[in-house]
Design a protein around this ligand. Sequence first.
Ligand SMILES: Cc1cc2nc3c(=O)[nH]c(=O)nc-3n(C[C@H](O)[C@H](O)[C@H](O)COP(=O)(O)O)c2cc1C
Length: 204
Amino acid sequence: MLSFMSITVTALHASARPGSNSKWLLDRAMERLDRAATLRRVEVDWHVRSVVDLDVQPCVGCDDCRTTGRCSIGDDMDGLYPLLRSSQVIIVASPIFFRGLPSSLKAVVDRCQCLWADRFLLGLAGPTAGRRGLVLLAGASRQDRDYQPAEGIMTAWFRSLGVSAHEVVRGQGLDREGEAAGRSDLVDRIDAAVSSLIEDVVSR
Ligand SMILES: Cc1cc2nc3c(=O)[nH]c(=O)nc-3n(C[C@H](O)[C@H](O)[C@H](O)COP(=O)(O)O)c2cc1C
């Protein structure tokens, strides 16, 4: 009998529009990850969340989490925290808005200040070995500088969660709905990112 290792993967996507380019990138990544995982006898336990459909209040900077490691606000983050604390792989698929992240996703990021406090102030966070991230961005611009603010936020966020390494696939030059379909260059880059991610997770 074949023995399968199991990994938990949480994917957040942050576009509300039908024919979303970033969601298309996520769908490709999920397909490729499932395929790469099966080849390596890895079972994937998926948790996919559309952040625009979640009730996530903005962080108010109350600093309660500095002493408790917990957020005082009660909303849909309650269901996300356990996934963000424990998933071996975290994927974020997002459009670029004003060089940054859409406010729905930024609210999720900001509300992870308690995970930062847990890890870096209180030393309560669990082990991090082998946790990996993947960021899939869709933007109209072809200029690298237009992606850097969003990528900087993602780097800070992943480090706060204890995800020590992540890859970014920039979907540059994607503006109108559905434009990502047919961009084989992006599928190739997603393929490469997903393969190295699975290798890292399996060999930890
Ligand atoms: C409010 C808003 C702000 C945007 N700002 C940028 C930007 O700063 N840079 C950029 O390259 N594209 C920008 N765009 C274009 C989107 O990133 C682009 O259309 C992307 O493909 C949308 O992804 P989605 O289909 O997954 O929603 C913006 C779009 C909107 C609606």
